[in-house]
Every structure is written in C-alpha cells, then in structure tokens.
Design a protein around this ligand. Sequence first.
Ligand SMILES: Nc1ncnc2c1ncn2[C@@H]1O[C@H](COP(=O)(O)OP(=O)(O)OP(=O)(O)O)[C@@H](O)[C@H]1O
Ligand SMILES: [Mg+2]
Length: 221
Amino acid sequence: MSLKFDMGTFTAIMGPSGSGKSTLLQCAAGLDRLNGGRVLIAGIELDSLSEQQRTVLRRDSIGFVFQAFNLVPSLTAAQNVELPMRFAGHRPDAYEVAQALAEVGLSDRADHRPSELSGGQQQRVALARALITRPAVLFADEPTGALDTTTSRDVLERLRFIVDRHQQTVVMVTHDAAAASYADRVVFLADGQVADTIDQNPTDRQANAAAVAARMTRLER
Ligand SMILES: Nc1ncnc2c1ncn2[C@@H]1O[C@H](COP(=O)(O)OP(=O)(O)OP(=O)(O)O)[C@@H](O)[C@H]1O
Ligand SMILES: [Mg+2]
C-alpha cells in the first residue's frame, strides 16, 4: 500500500479484523521494523535513522494512543502527562502540563488518579500525555474502542480540535462509522491492501457516518 497523510489532516483507517490496521499504524509510527517499503515522517526516512535517532524522532514528533489507556495507576493525571518530559530528561513544566490538561478539558482532575476517572477522562489523560510534546503526528489505535458514545464524542472532538487548531496530523484506527465521521478522509483496508478511500467534509457528520456505514457493508460482502 502507498498512503500519504498530509499535515493538518485527520484520517480514519477502517477495515475488518486482521486487515492490517494496527500493523500499518505500528509501521508508520516506527514501532515496528519494515521488511520492505519506506516510511517518511516530515521528510525523514525512518529506515535511514539509527536506533537512537528513531527513539528521539518517536519521542519528539510522534504521539501514540491505544485502546487501553496505559496510564500508570499510582500517578495522578498530571504526573501521567509529565512522563514524556521526564523520559526526555526535561524537568516537567507545570504550565505546559496544565495547558495540556486544559486542552482535553480536565483542568479540575489534575490531581486524580486513573481509578478516580471515567473511561473517557482516562483516555483524555492519555491524549494529553501523547500531545504534551506537540507531536507532528498522532497515531491512535481504536482510541474510542472502550468508550461509550458520549465519552467517545469528547475524545473525537479533541482530536478534531488539535488538527484544526494546531495543524497536527491525526491517523486513527476505528471500527465505528460515527468516529470516522470526524475525519477528513477514510481509508478502508482489506487483506493488507487499501480497498477504498472516501474524502469527506468533517462538518457533515451524519452524512459521513451514513456513507461510511454503507461502504463498510459493501466491503464486507
Ligand atoms: N506480530 C505479528 N506476527 C505475525 N503476524 C501478525 C503479528 N501481528 C499481527 N499479525 C497478523 O497480521 C494481520 C494484520 O493484523 P493487525 O493487528 O494489523 O489487524 P487489525 O486490522 O488491526 O485487526 P483488529 O481490527 O482485530 O485490531 C493479521 O492476520 C494478524 O494475525
Ligand atoms: Mg488492530
């Protein structure tokens, strides 16, 4: 497959279980090594980098959010958000952490531990943590997979916001047509290939969801 994710755009990746969505994301984010082909991020070929350079690129330019929130249970929301700064050897900047939490609407939950937060709030903490380094691209693998409709909407609106407001790039795997309706483009995978793409207007969510659902039924046949 050959795919390009333009800066400041939101792409949804869909397709049946086992079609290669997570593999695509892991390869694109430099978490998996390729057997063939190339991945370029902001013009830099991942394969040309040393292991250490890859780590730095992943740390500074790439964010990743998973279906399981992967928060550290013993740390507060703010401390979880600080982690990437600590890993990078920087002193956590309290202002930036507060900003990141404000951006996901959690200013009043900074001192709560994950067990004291709802699923949607936990996922928004994970999002704030992924965004604290202001990555050029955020990869999200079913970020709303474990959330109900209302909390999903919160997370999706945040993703849309960082694309529109900060020109960050979002690539999100989802099984849900309503989640995909927030994207500028939907890419359908089947058996490791791109089966179809739809360009859509993200403000027209109902029509998008209907079109995506119709396309899913057709591809599954
Ligand atoms: N580490 C691995 N080693 C070998 N095969 C793998 C590995 N990870 C995934 N696969 C295979 O690659 C294919 C694509 O898997 P992938 O996890 O990318 O699917 P997916 O589209 O994300 O599915 P789902 O919707 O169930 O998450 C599957 O056939 C899977 O069994
Ligand atoms: Mg997957």
